[in-house]
Design a protein around this ligand. Sequence first.
Ligand SMILES: Nc1ncnc2c1ncn2[C@@H]1O[C@H](COP(=O)(O)OP(=O)(O)OP(=O)(O)O)[C@@H](O)[C@H]1O
Ligand SMILES: [Mg+2]
Length: 196
Amino acid sequence: MPKSPDTAITQIARNNSGARIELDRVTKTYPNQPVSAVENFSMVAEPGELIMFVGPSGCGKTTTMKMINRIIEPSSGSISIDGRDVLSLNPNELRRHIGYVIQQIGLFPHMTIAENIAVVPQLLGWSKEKIRSRIDELLTTVELDPAAFATRYPKQLSGGQQQRVGVARALAADPPVMLMDEPFGATDPITREKLQ
Ligand SMILES: Nc1ncnc2c1ncn2[C@@H]1O[C@H](COP(=O)(O)OP(=O)(O)OP(=O)(O)O)[C@@H](O)[C@H]1O
Ligand SMILES: [Mg+2]
């Protein structure tokens, strides 16, 4: 019997050591654009592997990442996670299991730092205590004192501090896949090295 999309995703989520991501001849072409944003791109990321895209502005790094969690759909080619085509998975479920730090930080302005980090754990039904201790742990990891920052709003933080919260939020549910789009661009070199 075919597995339902949700079953498939739960299996990905359980794989804490990571997931295998395969892109096969992926192309993204926008209407009325003579040049593809991404053209015939193939790669494999083995579980636990760290891969970085390096290339000039506009070469397609962000577009490629957004296709992995289906914020953008490819024009042709296929993308699979642990052997399952991402187009066959429920996009909302898929994104709950992929940590994503977007290039423009993108914290929710009306939520405190703690609430921002808690978004995915809450969707996954974690207990209040588990969420609270995870928030403390993550803020400490990105070198922000929980007592000072948890109840503040994003606009009360510097750009580099906001970016670190973005990373903490993406790590919150310990997802098997993490997509980070220039997550440390607004932090100074010393802080960046520590975080990495
Ligand atoms: N909605 C869109 N419509 C048309 N073209 C687009 C659209 N979004 C992106 N592009 C084009 O696709 C190309 C790839 O963009 P992308 O954002 O992936 O670049 P990038 O490698 O992440 O660049 P940067 O280093 O500046 O972040 C660019 O030339 C961009 O202008
Ligand atoms: Mg980009």
